[in-house]
Design a protein around this ligand. Structure first.
Ligand code: TMP
Length: 214
């Protein structure tokens, strides 16, 4: 009987998360394992429709923090019910590009919604589904990181918006680290500023260990 595995990836935008997700999928497929890859918000018809509302530029600044919390979790509930839970029940490996830690980091630490409330909503949406492993792609304090890496630099010319966005992202960055520190067993925190190859090797080594213990 195959044992399921649920792996999630987290981190700020532009830290190279998708590259590492793709790499892990390729690695596991090369071992002839069945992989289901999903992303949040999205990956079901309904969840992609909700994604469009959330990420539509015309809606920027109009969606209230509570609406955001509920919409991200609405998309998540559908994804868990339609794809993630059934795959895990079949003993497959599911990899998700973001999961509920993003809500805690962005809507909680970023937007300021009470963390305990977020926890309750996250758990209700997922039916208490907890990932076996969460890879956090972490970077140092943002001001420094932005100076060191061109990919973090925004093309926006509005200084006020840029400043606000920097402060928001800094809260999210620190929030992710705090979340990881509270659950060290579940989290693998990797240095996203390291080379793609080194980061990939760290992740595959940890996943190999998980597979062996499975
Ligand atoms: P992405 O597909 O590029 O990762 O974009 C998703 C965006 O949505 C990203 O900026 C993070 C944000 N987000 C939240 O604010 N809360 C959430 O719960 C999730 C899943 C994503």
């Amino acid at each position: 009987m195959k044992k399921s595995l649920f792996i999630t990836f987290e981190g700020l935008d532009k830290v190279g998360k998708s590259t590492q997700v793709e790499n892990l999928v390729k690695y596991l497929k090369s071992k002839n394992l069945d992989i289901i890859l999903v992303r949040e918000p999205g990956s079901t018809e309904i969840s992609e429709q909700i994604r469009n509302i959330l990420l539509d530029k015309n809606n920027a600044g109009k969606i209230s923090p509570m609406t955001e919390l509920l919409l991200y979790n609405a998309a998540r509930a559908q994804l868990v019910d339609d794809i993630i839970r059934p795959a895990l029940d079949r003993g497959e490996i599911v990899i998700s590009d973001r999961f509920y830690d993003s809500t805690t980091a962005y809507q909680g630490y970023g937007r300021g919604i009470d963390i305990e409330l977020i926890r309750s909503v996250n758990m209700a949406a997922t039916g208490n589904l907890i990932p076996d492993l969460t890879v956090l792609m972490s970077v140092g304090p943002l001001e420094e990181t932005i100076n060191n890496h061109e990919r973090f630099q925004s093309s926006s010319s509005d200084d006020r918006l840029e400043r606000e966005s920097l402060e928001f992202r800094e809260r999210v960055r620190a929030g992710f680290l705090e979340i990881a520190q509270k659950e060290p067993e579940r989290f693998l925190v990797v240095n996203a500023e390291d080379t793609i190859g080194n980061v990939a090797a760290t992740i595959t080594a940890r996943v190999d260990r998980l597979l062996q213990s499975n």
